[in-house]
Design a protein around this ligand. Structure first.
Ligand SMILES: Cc1ncc(COP(=O)(O)O)c(C=O)c1O
Length: 444
C-alpha cells in the first residue's frame, strides 16, 4: 500500500444548519439529452461546451406562448451578445427570432447568417459612423443611445438625401437599484422628451419606436411593469405632441434564468418569475395605459432563453489537500471559460456514484491564477482522475465572454432534437493564436 499522509477530515452527517440541509445525495448526470457525457468528452475533447437544441426550443416556445397568448403582435429579437455562435443564432432565427446587435461585429455576424438589415436592431453606445451608415442603408432599426448619435444620423440623412426612421433608448427609475442609467435618455428628468423634441425639430429623423433595457437578471416583475408604464406614457405624449407614430415599444431583455446567484439563498425555482408572470406584468401595463393604436411589443430576451440549455463538461485532472484540510480538485475548465463563475454558484453533477464520505471541497480550474475557482465550497466524495463533472447552467454569456488566456478555447457541441451531437465550434490550436501575430524582421 502507498503511504498517504494522515489528515483529519470533517465528516458530514447531513445535519441541517441555519441555511437548510446539505445535499444528502451525490448529484449525478451521465447524459445530456440521452448522449453520454463521458462519450462526449472522448469524442470532442474535454473541456466541452454542450448545448441542447431541445431545451432551447422548449424555453423559447414557453416565452413565446406566454407573450403571444396575451398580446397580438410580439416579436423576439435574439440578443447576439448572449451567445453569438452561428449555430445557436440559427436555431433562434429558425424559430422566428430576429437579431439584436450592439456592435458592427455582431451586425456583420447577423448579416453573414443571412439576416436582412430590416430584421436587425442596432443597439449600443458605440456605433462608429461608417457602421451606422451601412446599417441605415440596409434598413436596420437604429436605437439611438445619446445626443451625438442624433447628430451622426442627421448627417447620414443629409448624405443619403432621405429621412431615417429611428428609435430612442430610454432609461428610468423602475424601483430596482442601482438603476441602469448610462444608456439612452432619461425619462424621469425629461431628457427623453427633449431628445424627441430635438429629433422632431431636426426634421431629418422620424421616431418610430421606444426602447429600454432596464438591467439583467431582473427578478422583479414590478420593475417591468414600471418600465412599460413609463414607455407607454411617453409614447402617448409624443404621439400627441409631435404626431409621430410609435410603431413599437421594445422592453429589452433582462429576464432571469434559473441560475443561482451568489449571496441569494433561496433557490431559483422560488425567486425567478415565470415567463407568464413577466408577460402578465408587461402586457397588462400596455393595455391599461396605452392610448390609440396598440404598439408592437419587442423583446430582446437573452439569458433566460439560453442559459439552461448550456452545459460545460470538465474532467478532474488531480486533487490535493489544502493546509486547512479542504480538498481541492483541479479540473480542466476554469474562469477563462466560465466568466460568470464570479457571480453564480452553478450546479455541479458527477458522471456516476462515487464511494466514500462527502467532504468540504473546492473546484479549481487549470489556470496558474489564485482566483481560478469554479466552486469554493462544495461537499464531494473522493473523486478519481478522469471523473467528468457537468457544470450547469452555463449557456448565457460564457461562449462570448470566454478568454483565450493561458489555454486554448475548447470545442462546442449542439445536440439536435434526435439526440445527435454536432460540432459547432472546433477547439482552438496554436494556429488560431499566431495567425494574426507579426514578428518584425529585426527580431527574427
Ligand atoms: C440592449 C440589450 N438588450 C438585450 C440584452 C439581453 O439581456 P439579457 O441577457 O439579460 O436578457 C442586453 C444585455 O445586456 C442588452 O444590453
Amino acid at each position: 500500500m502507498k503511504y498517504v499522509k494522515p489528515t483529519i477530515n470533517r465528516v458530514d452527517f447531513n445535519l441541517a444548519s441555519k441555511y437548510g440541509s446539505p445535499l444528502k445525495t451525490q448529484r449525478i448526470k451521465n447524459d445530456i439529452d440521452g448522449v453520454n457525457v463521458k462519450e462526449l468528452t472522448e469524442t470532442f475533447g474535454s473541456p466541452l461546451f454542450v448545448f441542447s437544441q431541445r431545451q432551447i426550443e422548449e424555453k423559447y416556445n414557453e416565452f413565446k406562448e406566454a407573450f403571444s397568448s396575451r398580446y397580438p403582435e410580439v416579436e423576439f429579437w435574439w440578443s447576439y451578445k448572449t451567445n453569438y455562435l452561428d449555430a445557436i443564432c440559427k436555431v433562434f432565427h429558425n424559430l422566428g427570432s430576429k437579431a439584436e446587435v450592439v456592435s458592427e461585429f455582431e451586425y456583420q455576424k447577423a448579416r453573414h447568417l443571412g439576416i436582412e438589415g430590416k430584421d436587425i436592431i442596432f443597439n449600443g453606445p458605440y456605433k462608429p459612423k461608417e457602421a451606422l451608415k451601412v446599417a441605415v442603408e440596409e434598413g436596420a432599426k437604429i436605437h439611438i443611445d445619446h445626443w451625438y448619435e442624433i447628430n451622426d444620423l442627421e448627417e447620414i440623412a443629409e448624405e443619403l438625401g432621405r429621412e431615417i426612421p429611428v428609435t430612442i433608448r430610454c432609461n428610468m427609475d423602475t424601483g430596482v437599484y442601482p438603476a441602469w442609467s448610462r444608456f439612452g435618455f432619461n425619462i424621469d428628468n425629461g431628457e427623453a422628451y427633449d431628445a424627441v423634441k430635438r429629433i422632431f425639430e431636426g426634421k431629418k429623423l422620424i421616431l418610430t419606436g421606444l426602447h429600454s433595457h432596464i438591467g439583467t437578471f431582473m427578478l422583479s416583475t414590478e420593475a417591468y411593469k414600471n418600465e412599460t408604464i413609463k414607455l407607454i406614457k411617453l409614447k402617448n405624449k409624443i404621439e400627441e405632441d409631435f404626431g409621430f407614430n410609435i410603431e413599437y415599444i421594445d422592453v429589452g431583455g433582462g429576464f432571469a434564468s434559473k441560475n443561482r446567484l451568489k449571496g441569494i439563498y433561496q433557490p431559483p425555482e422560488v425567486i425567478v418569475p415565470t415567463p407568464d408572470e413577466y408577460a402578465e406584468a408587461i402586457t397588462n401595463a400596455i393595455y391599461e395605459y396605452n392610448k390609440g393604436k396598440l404598439p408592437k411589443l419587442y423583446l430582446e430576451t437573452g439569458r433566460a432563453l439560453i442559459d439552461e440549455a448550456g452545459y460545460l463538461l470538465t474532467t478532474v485532472f488531480a486533487s490535493k489537500r489544502l493546509p486547512d484540510g479542504k480538498k481541492s480538485y483541479i479540473v480542466d475548465a476554469g474562469v477563462n471559460l466560465l466568466y460568470t463563475a464570479f457571480w453564480y454558484n452553478f450546479e455541479i453533477f458527477l458522471d456516476k456514484r462515487y464511494e466514500g464520505l462527502n467532504e468540504p471541497s473546492q473546484i479549481n480550474g487549470p489556470l496558474c491564477m489564485n482566483i481560478d475557482i469554479i466552486n469554493e465550497n462544495i461537499m464531494l466524495p473522493p473523486l478519481d482522475r478522469g471523473t467528468v463533472m457537468t457544470i450547469w447552467p452555463v449557456g448565457a454569456y460564457n461562449v462570448t465572454q470566454w478568454m483565450q488566456f493561458i489555454r486554448y478555447r475548447p470545442a462546442v457541441v449542439l445536440i439536435d432534437k434526435d439526440s445527435n451531437p454536432h460540432l459547432i465550434r472546433e477547439k482552438e490550436d496554436l494556429s488560431d493564436i499566431i495567425r494574426r501575430e507579426k514578428l518584425p524582421d529585426y527580431l527574427k
